[in-house]
Design a protein around this ligand. Structure first.
Ligand code: UDP
Ligand code: MN
Length: 246
């Protein structure tokens, strides 16, 4: 049986949310043995996401945790609490049985994922890494590989990061998540862009990383970002004869 891929997706309410989730579900539905952990940035589960998941045709877990207001700042890292809620759920679920083979990765709702990426990450033994497109002010960032080992990073931004890699650029085996029960994303002392490094530092070393995507020479995931929608012509009061979920 294939190792299960657990995709943790933080998501928040905004005009494009359902469009993003639709695109993501259409990708995930083509991946065998994938479990989607969707974590809403809210105090309660939303009706939109609940009914969306009910029809998505994917094994899923629907969680929610609101980001404290003091952390909702453009310069602070996003989705820390949501990713941790996903990790907590995984650990809880596997606390009693010896872990089935599994792989975890963090799938932001606005990125673009090739299907090949899932084949690559499925064979993760501990922690695997690969290039990410359209990130860090460059066309791509990637781990530099020599003799099958990661020896550095091709990046245009803060090369001093211990793991100069985007959230979309790595996967972790379930076994590693369970044997490092305290590894979480930190708010305190976390600098911008250091989330990945702070987390990976707790569970692995650079020497141990497993390069995927042909020794990190292929881009299989893109850090795309969706343009803010223009709602300038929205009426102030509800004018239509029906209430439509968008
Ligand atoms: N996100 C969230 N709450 C927020 C902002 C973002 O849950 O207040 C989620 C978002 O849906 C996405 C992830 O966190 O899945 C990363 O956010 P975003 O894509 O805006 O970050 P960036 O593209 O700038 O790295
Ligand atoms: Mn994004």
């Amino acid at each position: 049986r294939l190792p299960t891929i657990y995709a943790i997706t933080p998501t928040y309410s905004r005009p494009v949310q359902k469009a993003e989730l639709t695109r993501l579900a259409n990708t995930f539905r083509q991946v065998a043995q994938l479990h989607w952990i969707l974590v809403e940035d809210r105090a309660t589960r939303s009706e939109l996401v609940s009914s969306f998941l009910a029809r998505a045709g994917l094994p899923n877990t629907h969680l929610h945790v609101p980001t404290p207001r003091r952390y909702k700042r453009p310069w602070l890292p996003r989705a820390t609490e949501q990713r941790n809620a996903g990790l907590a759920w995984l650990r809880q679920r596997h606390q009693h049985q010896s872990a089935q083979p599994g792989v975890l990765f963090f799938a932001d709702d606005d990125n673009t994922y090739s299907l090949e990426l899932f084949q690559e990450m499925r064979t993760t033994r501990k922690v695997s890494v690969w290039p990410v497109g359209l990130v860090g002010g460059r066309r791509y960032e990637r781990p530099l590989v020599k003799n099958g080992k990661v020896v550095g990073w091709y990046t245009g931004w803060r090369e001093d990061r211990p793991f100069a890699i985007d959230m979309a650029g790595f996967a972790v085996s379930l076994q590693v998540i369970l044997s490092n029960p305290k590894a979480v994303f930190k708010r305190r002392g976390s600098q911008p862009g250091m989330q990945e490094s702070d987390f990976l530092k707790q569970i692995t070393t650079v020497e141990e990383l497993e390069p995927k995507a042909n020794n990190c020479t292929k881009v299989l995931v893109w850090h795309t970002r969706t343009e803010k929608v223009n709602l300038a012509n929205e009426p102030k009061y509800h004018l239509d004869t029906v209430n439509i979920e968008v």
